[in-house]
Design a protein around this ligand. Structure first.
Ligand SMILES: [Fe+2]
Length: 184
């Protein structure tokens, strides 16, 4: 079961991971760069997995950024979290579900954060509701896994660099993902 599930996840990257969705790197490179950053900063296995899979919602059924191109919020964080919850528990799924909220939070809480966002992330921010209000930020911080989502978000913003040496490949995460999956 675990092996089939991982094959399904990897197949989505095979199929749609070459897309860029307005960024300078492909979805696959972005996922791998982010996961590498998480691992280098000592994130635990759950958070490395969450970071690797945080944009999985873009890959589900090839949704990509179709909604955003129509100026809609495709809610990829919810789509990805929902699909991945078939296989992973909240330590993986919740930081993924919250990574857009973390961007909205950081825009409100961290001076200069907005300026560091990629053009595509700035554009989607508007569709996602913009910077948090004080009340929204308070609600976000009260969520379990909010701090993991903020860490994930920082790697998300950094893992978009073109021309880097290739990060560890997707296959190198197979054992880590298998170790986190729910028992059949
Ligand atoms: Fe991302």
């Amino acid at each position: 079961m675990q092996s089939a599930a991982i094959d399904e996840i990897f197949a989505a990257f095979d199929r749609y991971g070459h897309e860029r969705y307005g960024e300078r790197v492909t979805q696959l490179d972005h996922a791998l760069q982010c996961a590498q950053l998480a691992a280098l900063e000592g994130a635990n296995d759950s958070l490395v997995a969450a970071t690797l899979l945080h944009d999985f919602g873009h890959l589900v059924d090839g949704r990509g950024d179709l909604a955003e191109r129509d100026s809609l919020d495709g809610q990829h964080e919810a789509v990805g979290a929902e699909r991945l919850s078939a296989w992973f528990g909240p330590t993986v799924v919740r930081p993924i579900a919250l990574h857009v909220a973390a961007k909205r939070y950081l825009c409100a809480a961290s001076p200069g954060y907005f300026k560091g966002l990629s053009p595509a992330s700035r554009l989607s921010l508007e569709l996602q509701g913009g910077a948090h209000s004080a009340a929204e930020a308070e609600r976000f911080l009260a969520e379990p896994f909010a701090q993991d989502a903020v860490r994930l978000r920082r790697w998300d913003d950094q893992g978009k660099v073109a021309g880097l040496p290739p990060p560890p490949p997707l296959g190198s995460y197979r054992a880590l993902l298998a170790g986190l999956m729910r028992a059949a």
